[in-house]
Structure formats: structure tokens, C-alpha cells
Design a protein around this ligand. Structure first.
Ligand code: FFI
Ligand code: FAD
Length: 664
């Protein structure tokens, strides 16, 4: 018997080859096949069950996380999974764990900031997980201001050791994931002091717990910082606190690629730029952009499938009501998010390429592209995570009341996702870094230094400052060059206007602080331009499959024109377009929504998410939402008994009193 599929009719409407779109989404046929295999592996394994997660106590949730991590590691070894497949497995298991920090930050920090001898000593143990590490940078008193960290590492030439110390309460390490209960080691960021002189913040490998008994080593106080936002969600992670009371480590445990301390206690700064101490953050910000597209796609998949099942109003002659996905308001809220998921996917692919390129250059001691890599990773991390966090909440609202049920999957997805706006750099702080980079680029425009990479458009500032948009009819907005020029002109005009305003301040730092809200807007305009331009570049590629490229063109136009509509004030105020051209863009946007509509379900099917990964009744593949909601309600522990616990103590006395009062 054929399986029931409430979306069958929707799926028949699709105007493109779904299998080919799945490959575009995955990045290649090989990626698609690997990811499909790993997703099924996870979905079919009872140890990776997660539907009861929000009901578990913190202790049970944590133990469940340890169990899943151990099982994942066993699967990785037994099946000889590659690092790429192991990472896919990590992401489909979908439960934040100490392993994220071990693989995602501890190992990269040693790789990026350690010497080859340090690699040889530490990496083999870390790869085999004979030691487990975390990234201990943030303190109770300082997170964003890394230069303000207070932990000290004082060199003692007598013993050839560093003395690690937490001099104040605010110097306690606070937040590192995996630190609270699991890590045996950490890369600790501390102020390096030699001969009484402070050389700023550097990384040190420090053992925290015994490898036999897991007890904290002498001088170390360590524990978990407590419950976080939401149930389930990020509470599977042991974010920790850590204090040092004069803990001794050998000199060769300072990560010495960027600077060294000699046996005599002499501080030596190599040719490698100091900023490489921040290198691990660049790496992780890049991975966060790719993850943003996954989280966004997941929320959009749930909201789209449910919007096709849900019906409200408009029944004619006793016929069915209207599917809520057919309301223009629903489309104008949902389809830009669908388009953003694709846009972030492609910009994530490009950022991965950029990061690989910069890493290869760094290995060859070419540091020229580091500022650009920092600006791109910081800006895109900030923009994509802010949009995704807001989008998950919007998807919850798009699902009406049922979106608020835990089993819609959206509340936990929101709770687990929102800290990405803060960790790995607060999003506003990161946008201000981008703005600094842009202001520097503008200030060098007259100097003959040609802007390159993502700021190359600034080299055409003269043209972009005075060009006029040529749109006369709605369909003129479908021309890629028209869209691109409008976004470039807006970004360059906003940058130059801000640079001019900054010039009015006698102290540039005062000006930067005063104008920071405007500078944030400038950075956003630049980041949006990057995403639009990378989507357009993607469309230049040969994309096989019936109708696939056409759908992507539609989504690209939706992405660009919805941004134009949302930020119309910027585009009109900078004179890039007229109010009438803005209205034409909006008209075109409505036409595009109508083109997305028949393909919506297939466009979310292309993410190839299993029901296990989605973890949502509203988003289940077959759309059998009502029956599943009804069945699920009965599984709630409150329904284990017909009469609730507490009835005799608390309800009955009130009810009886009510009867007595009524009799009076
Ligand atoms: C079993 C499974 C197996 C699986 C196996 C599978 C294997 C694969 C597994 C993969 C798993 C992945 C999962 C990951 C999960 C991650 C979870 C993450 C959790 C969260 C972690 C964290 O949360 S961890 C802490 C992050 N904490 C920040 O994020 C602090 C922000 N705060 C700053 O980042 C700085 O403090 C701030 C503001 C720049 C000011 O820096 P500052 O004070 O120095 O001041 P300035 O602004 O003056 O900067 C001076 C000059 O440095 C330049 N510059 C600045 N940064 C730069 C940089 N990064 N690179 C280059 N250049 C940089 C700047 O552009 C200036 O350049 P110029 O002088 O030329 O203008
Ligand atoms: C779930 C989670 C996991 C984490 N994991 C780790 C980890 O593994 N390792 C680790 O070391 N750290 C970790 N962190 C810490 C995290 O990196 C920091 O919290 C983050 O960098 C933000 O710093 P902060 O907390 O100091 O925020 P603050 O800087 O105190 O931010 C507070 C407010 O001030 C504003 N602000 C700050 N500076 C400026 C400025 N210059 N201009 C304008 N506005 C400003 C911010 O925009 C924000 O609104 C984690 C945090 C969380 C929430």
C-alpha cells in the first residue's frame, strides 16, 4: 500500500527536477550522497532519539549527551567515517556537546597557533580523543574585549614554567563550552608576563583534570555555570567556570607560532601578525555561516509544509477552506526566508572557499588577505545569525498556535539557536569591526591603493556615486546588473556619507563612537551586497536539471528585492533609486511570490531533511499533522493519569470549599 502523503498534490505541482536541486543544495553529488547516508544512519539509530529531550532534567539531559557523544564516536570509528562525514554526523545528531568545542575550537586553536613541535605532541592525542579540550577565552568580566582579559601567565625563568593565575573574581573563565564537566585540557587565553612586562593576550595549553580520575588538578577550581535559556536546547552543553590558583605549566605549552618566550624569558614577536591569536574565531565564524543556512532551512521547511496543510477561511459551497500558504501576507513573510536559506547556503559555500584560500596563504606566510577574511567572516556571521534567529521566531508565528507547541520543533530550535548572535563575537561588535574595515578602505580610495575582493566595488565609487537606476517597469528589476548596481551604489554611498561625517570629528575615535549606530547600518548594507552578489555569481555557473536554474533565479530575485523593499529608506535616501522605482520593485516581488508558490514544497524538500532531524510534527514529510498532534498529546506525562497529582492536596479542597460557599 502506498504511504499516505498529504503533500502529494503540492509535490506534483513542482516545475523543476527535485533530485538535481538536492544536489545544488548539498554542493555536489558526492556531498549529497554522503549527507543522505549519514542523515539516515542517525535517524534510524535509537540512541540518537531526541523527541523526549525537552522533558529531561538537566542531569539526565547531560548524561544523554555524553551517551550520544560516546555512541557517535564509536560509530565514527567502527564505520571509519572521514572527518567530513563525522562532521555531518555531529550536525544530524543535533545536540550541542563538548565535542563541538573539542573539534571546532580546541584542535583548530592548536593547529593555527601552535608550532610544528606542538602539533606533533598534542594533535595525535586530541584526534584520538585521548584528551578532550575546550576554548577558554571569555571571563566573567570580559568577553568582547579580548584585550581586556585578566588571567595572567607569568614566566618563571627559575623553573622554566608559566604560573597561571586568576587574580580577581572577574578574571574567572566563564562560558567556555565543554569546560564545566568534561574537558581534560583547555586552550586558555591569558596575559603573558615576562620580566614584569605585560605582552598582551596569548594562548596556553593547560591540563585541567586528571586523566585517570577526572578530578581537577591542584590549584584548579572548575564547574558548570548553570541552566540556560529554554528547555533542552543549549543545556546539553556544560558551559563552565574556571579559576587558577598559581597553576604551573611548562614553557612549551604556550602556543608559540605568533610569539615565543625563550628559555631565558625573552619575549620574541615573529613576523606573523598578532591577529593570528584571533584565528580560531575566524574559522568558527565561517562554520557558523554554513550552519545558519541549515537552521534557517529547517525552520522554513517546517513553516512551509505546515502552511500548505493548514486551512483557514474562504470555504465556497461547503468546499475546503483556503490553505494559509495562499495568503499573500503569509507568502510575503515566508518566501523571503526561503530565499534567504538558499542565499546563505551559497554565501556559506563561498566563505568556505575564502577561508581555505586564506589558510593556504597563511601557511605560506602570506598575510595579505587576513583583514578581508576577518571582515567577511565577522560581517556574514553577524548578518546571517541575526536574520536566522529572527526568522525562526517568524516561522513560529507563521505556524499560528501550534507553532508554540514544543513538538512543532520551533521553540527548541529558537532557544538553541539564539546564542549564535552572541557567541563567537557579539553581532553588533562584529559589525563595528566590518565598519572599521570599510572606513579604512574609503580613506585609502584617493591613495591609489585599489580595493580588492569584496570591496572591489568601491574602486568604482566615482561611477556608483552618480549612477542613476534605469528601471521603468517592474520587470526591469529582473536584470542582474540592475540589482547589483543598486546594492553597490547604496553600500558605497552609505560608506562615503559616514566617512564624511566621521571627518567632522577632531578625534576619529570619538566620531566612531558617536556614529556607531550609522556605522552598523553601513556594515549591514555591505554584507547584504556580498550575499546578493554571491547568489548572482552562483547563477553564472552551469546548473543542470530541468527548471532548477530558473527556480534559483526566482529565489535570488526574491532575496534581493525583499531586501530592497525592507531597506527602501536607504536606497531612496541615498538617491540610488526613486520612490517610484521602489514601488515597481515591490510590484515585481508580488509577481515573484506567485511563481514561488507552486514550487514551495519541493523547494523545502530539496533540503533533504529527515523527520528525525526536523524534529517537528508540523514539518513532517507526509503532512499528516492533525493525527500526529492528537496522538502526541496523549504521550505527555501529564496525561499518564486521568486525575493529576496534587488533586487531593490542592484542587479538591478549593472545589469543596466552592460547594460549601455555594450552599451558604
Ligand atoms: C563526535 C563528533 C566528531 C566530529 C568531528 C568533526 C570535525 C569538525 C567539527 C567542526 C565543528 C564546528 C562547530 C563549532 C561550534 C562552535 C560553537 C561555538 C561556541 C562559542 C565559542 C565562543 O564564543 S569563543 C569566544 C569568542 N569570543 C569572541 O568572539 C570575542 C569577540 N571579540 C573580538 O574578536 C576582538 O576582541 C575584537 C572585537 C575584534 C576587538 O579586537 P581588538 O581589541 O584587538 O581591537 P581592534 O578592533 O583594534 O583590532 C585590532 C586589529 O585586529 C584586527 N582583527 C580583529 N579581530 C581579528 C581577527 N579575528 N582576525 C584578523 N584580524 C582581526 C582588526 O581588524 C584590527 O586591524 P587593524 O589594526 O588593521 O585595523
Ligand atoms: C552559549 C554560549 C557559548 C559560549 N561558548 C564560549 C566558549 O566556548 N569559549 C569562550 O571563550 N566563550 C564562550 N562564550 C562567550 C561569548 O563568546 C561571549 O559571551 C561573547 O563574545 C560576547 O561577549 P560578552 O558576553 O562580553 O558581551 P558584552 O561585550 O558584554 O556585550 C553586552 C552588550 O554590550 C554591547 N557592546 C559591547 N562592546 C561594545 C562596543 N565596543 N560597542 C558597542 N556595543 C558594545 C554588545 O553589543 C551587547 O549588546 C559563549 C557564550 C554563550 C552565550
Amino acid at each position: 500500500m502506498e504511504a499516505l502523503d498529504y503533500h502529494a498534490e503540492e509535490r506534483r505541482k513542482a516545475e523543476f527536477n527535485l533530485d538535481e536541486m538536492k544536489i545544488v543544495w548539498a554542493g555536489s553529488r558526492r556531498n549529497y550522497e554522503l549527507s543522505d547516508r549519514v542523515a539516515r544512519l542517525v535517524a534510524s539509530d535509537p540512541v540518537f532519539r531526541k523527541d523526549n529531550r525537552t522533558m529531561l532534567t538537566r542531569k539526565d539531559l547531560f548524561k544523554d549527551t555524553l551517551r550520544k557523544a560516546a555512541h557517535a564516536w564509536k560509530r565514527i570509528i567502527d564505520l571509519r567515517l572521514s572527518e567530513e562525514e563525522a562532521n555531518m554526523l555531529r550536525s544530524y545528531v543535533d545536540q550541542p556537546a563538548f565535542t563541538d568545542l573539542h573539534w571546532g575550537m580546541f584542535i583548530p586553536a592548536i593547529k593555527g597557533q601552535g608550532t610544528s613541535e606542538q602539533h606533533e605532541k598534542w594533535l595525535p592525542m586530541a584526534y584520538k580523543m585521548q584528551i578532550i579540550g575546550c576554548y577558554a577565552q571569555t571571563e566573567l568580566g570580559h568577553g568582547s574585549n579580548v584585550q581586556g582579559l585578566e588571567t595572567t601567565a607569568t614566566f618563571d625563568p627559575q623553573t622554566d614554567e608559566f604560573d597561571l593565575h586568576s587574580p580577581t573574581l572577574t578574571s574567572s573563565k566563564w562560558w567556555p563550552g565543554g569546560l564545566g564537566k568534561v574537558s581534560t585540557h583547555a586552550v586558555v587565553y591569558a596575559r603573558l608576563i615576562t620580566g614584569g612586562q605585560d605582552h598582551g593576550v596569548h594562548g596556553f595549553i593547560v591540563q585541567l583534570r586528571g586523566l585517570d580520575d577526572h578530578l581537577p588538578l591542584p590549584g584548579i577550581t572548575v564547574g558548570d555555570i548553570g541552566m540556560k535559556f529554554g528547555s533542552g536546547a543549549y543545556n546539553s552543553m556544560d558551559n563552565g567556570l574556571l579559576r587558577f590558583d598559581h597553576v604551573r605549566i611548562p614553557r612549551n605549552q604556550m602556543l608559540m607560532r605568533v610569539s615565543q618566550v625563550t628559555r631565558e624569558g625573552k619575549f620574541v614577536q615573529s613576523d606573523v601578525p598578532r591577529q593570528l591569536v584571533y584565528g580560531t574565531m575566524v574559522y568558527v565564524r565561517q562554520t557558523i555561516v554554513s550552519d545558519a543556512s541549515c537552521a534557517l532551512a529547517r525552520a522554513v521547511c517546517i513553516a512551509t509544509r505546515y502552511s500548505a496543510v493548514r486551512r483557514q477561511f474562504g470555504s465556497q459551497n461547503g468546499g475546503p477552506e483556503i490553505q494559509v500558504i495562499d495568503y499573500k501576507t503569509q507568502q510575503s513573510r515566508l518566501f523571503p526566508l526561503l530565499a534567504s536559506a538558499y542565499a546563505f547556503r551559497f554565501v556559506g559555500e563561498w566563505l568556505k572557499w575564502l577561508y581555505t584560500d586564506v589558510t593556504q596563504r597563511l601557511q605560506a606566510n602570506d598575510f595579505s588577505t587576513l583583514p578581508e577574511a576577518h571582515a567577511c567572516t565577522a560581517g556574514l556571521k553577524s548578518m546571517t545569525t541575526s536574520v536566522t534567529a529572527d526568522a525562526i521566531e517568524e516561522c513560529r508565528k507563521l505556524c499560528g498556535g501550534h507553532g508554540y507547541l514544543s513538538n512543532s520543533g520551533l521553540p527548541e530550535l529558537f532557544a538553541v539557536y539564539i546564542p549564535t548572535c552572541t557567541y563567537e563575537g557579539d553581532n553588533v561588535v562584529l559589525l563595528l569591526q566590518v565598519a572599521r574595515f570599510l572606513m579604512k578602505t574609503v580613506s585609502q580610495l584617493g591613495s591609489g591603493k585599489k580595493p580588492v575582493g569584496t570591496t572591489a566595488y568601491m574602486g568604482r565609487a566615482e561611477h556608483l556615486m552618480q549612477c542613476r537606476c534605469e528601471v521603468e517597469m517592474a520587470q526591469d528589476w529582473l536584470k542582474p546588473s540592475t540589482i547589483l548596481e543598486a546594492f553597490e551604489a547604496r553600500a558605497v554611498r552609505m560608506s562615503i556619507a559616514c566617512a564624511k561625517s566621521l571627518g567632522k570629528f577632531s578625534n576619529p575615535e570619538d566620531g566612531f563612537a558617536e556614529l556607531s549606530p550609522d556605522l552598523v547600518e553601513v556594515a549591514i548594507a555591505h554584507c547584504q551586497l556580498i550575499v546578493v552578489s554571491k547568489f548572482l555569481e552562483k547563477l553564472q555557473q552551469d546548473i543542470p536539471g530541468k527548471g532548477v536554474k530558473r527556480q534559483l533565479e526566482i529565489l535570488c530575485n526574491v532575496y534581493a528585492l525583499h531586501l530592497l523593499h525592507k531597506h527602501l529608506g536607504d536606497f531612496v535616501a541615498t538617491g540610488c533609486i526613486t520612490p517610484n522605482q521602489g514601488a515597481l520593485a515591490n510590484e515585481q516581488l508580488r509577481l515573484l511570490y506567485a511563481q514561488v508558490r507552486p514550487n514551495a514544497i519541493a523547494l523545502v524538500d530539496a533540503f533533504n531533511y529527515t523527520d528525525h532531524y526536523l524534529g517537528s510534527i508540523l514539518g513532517c514529510y507526509d503532512g499528516n499533522v492533525y493525527q500526529k498532534l492528537y496522538q502526541e498529546a496523549w504521550k505527555d506525562p501529564l496525561n499518564d493519569t486521568v486525575v493529576p497529582d496534587g488533586y487531593l492536596e490542592y484542587l479538591r479542597p478549593i472545589l469543596k470549599q466552592h460547594i460549601r460557599t455555594a450552599r451558604l
